[in-house]
Design a protein around this ligand. Structure first.
Ligand SMILES: *Cc1c(COP(=O)(O)O)cnc(C)c1O
Length: 417
């Protein structure tokens, strides 16, 4: 259809950009209509903003404020000290750990909630070295993901000094090549926080075990986004935060997984009274409790912890496989929209194209990324910026839609124009 034949008004469907836009908008609407997790979005407090930063701070589930208000005014205000028993405060770390367990493929009794991820990295790495050394004193190396989120690296370095070990920094893919008789423990991130690359948890865990060492996985960027399979793959220890894909709220407590058969050998470097076999015996000497409770330290931060417990209700009836399927469909679709809208050469995807290597975020390298993200946020598309040149977009399948993905790519293209 040429302009000449159809008259004075140009036929806009022949303009490539608008064709792409009309097609992708229609496709987004269809994908949203067919989305089995569609109704979950209503459980969250959201607005017109396209929120693609749930991998930094998950959105607020709408029922959480009411539950927290009850914890404060009734449990604390009225029941006061009685709530340690009557409101289940004392056992909250194990109880909430068991709520997280199915999301990371763990049977009950292996996860405790508390402290920050940084603190749990410390407990896990030192405990892993102690277990490895108890079997073989010659093991004096801690292998650390060289691309790790910085806190893990800082803590591992200190754990190495305390235990008389040497740090071996290495890219996760190169881990098998550095393992040997001297390896005590290996600390790895399940997904790279900058690029969104997913590392091979089953394969790397096997390689570490073949070398006779223990592995600690950091699940901050995968728990709640994709299946982890801790028990299935024989992971030794794992840690993760709860304020990203698990929506526990700012600074909500982290968690520690200790595989059931390792628990009797788990010798915590932070043995507080909460991990004592008889915490109210008030004994001068320490005797570790049985089970995951060994991972506890001091009095739990109840307000934050019970906000997290409430937030976990949004996972009722949700299968992690369905979350993963939607996450991959969302990141695929976003990448296609970016390819269709953004002029060639303006951005480069750092996120692997292969599904097996992709977490739940898209990282785009872009000149002036800090400025670009500031302008995106002004226009209602919230992702984040990671120095020096990365635009990061997190896809949280419970509340991000395909329409959001299309709009984010369109606003990005406009911003770069
Ligand atoms: C978010 C994140 C952390 C955060 O640690 P905190 O102690 O909660 O501040 C640690 N490690 C990784 C891999 C993360 O993504």
């Amino acid at each position: 259809m040429s302009d000449a034949r159809s008259g004075a008004v140009p036929d806009l469907t022949t303009v490539p950009d608008l064709v792409a836009e009309a097609d992708l908008t229609a496709e987004a609407a269809k994908l949203d209509a067919d989305d089995g997790l569609r109704d979950k979005r209503e459980l969250f407090v959201l607005d017109e903003t396209v929120y693609l930063d749930g991998n930094s701070l998950g959105a607020l589930p709408a029922h959480v404020p009411g539950r927290v208000a009850d914890v404060i005014s009734r449990q604390w205000g009225e029941l006061r000290i009685r709530s340690w028993d009557e409101s289940g405060w004392w056992t909250a770390p194990e109880r909430i750990g068991d709520r997280i367990a199915p999301l990371v493929g763990a049977a009950p009794g292996q996860i405790v909630v508390g402290d920050s991820t940084s603190v749990n990295v410390f407990k896990a790495v030192v405990a892993a070295v102690r277990i490895a050394r108890a079997a073989d004193e010659g093991r004096d190396e801690i292998v650390v993901d060289a691309t790790t989120f910085p806190t893990d690296g800082y803590i591992a370095e200190s754990a190495a000094r305390l235990t008389g070990c040497r740090i071996v920094p290495v890219a996760p893919g190169d881990v098998p090549g550095v393992l040997g008789e001297r390896t005590a423990a290996v600390l790895l991130n399940h997904a790279d926080y900058r690029t969104g690359r997913l590392h091979d948890l089953p394969g790397l865990t096997r390689a570490v075990h073949d070398a006779g060492a223990l592995v600690v996985w950091d699940l901050c960027h995968t728990a709640g986004a994709l299946p982890v399979g801790l028990d299935e793959h024989g992971v030794d220890l794992a840690v993760g935060c709860t304020y990203k894909y698990l929506n526990g709220g700012p600074g909500s407590p982290a968690y520690l997984y200790v595989r059931a058969d390792l628990q009797p050998r788990f010798d915590s470097p932070l043995p507080g009274w909460n991990s004592h076999a008889e915490p109210f015996g008030m004994r001068p000497g320490f005797a570790a409790a049985d089970g995951a409770v060994r991972g506890r330290v001091g009095t739990p931060d109840i307000l934050s912890m019970l906000a997290l417990e409430a937030a976990l209700d949004v996972w009722d009836g949700v299968g992690v496989d369905a979350v993963r399927a939607k996450s991959l469909a969302l990141t695929d679709f976003f990448l296609r929209c970016v390819g269709a809208y953004v002029p060639q050469g303006r951005v480069e995807s750092l996120t692997p194209a292969a599904h097996a290597e992709r977490g739940s975020q898209v990282a785009l390298r872009c000149a002036g990324a800090g400025d670009v993200m500031r302008r995106l946020i002004e226009r209602g598309v919230v992702g984040d910026y990671r120095a020096p040149d990365v635009l990061r977009f997190g896809f949280t399948p419970l509340y991000v839609s395909f329409g959001d993905a299309e709009r984010a790519a369109r606003v990005l293209a406009d911003t770069l124009d």
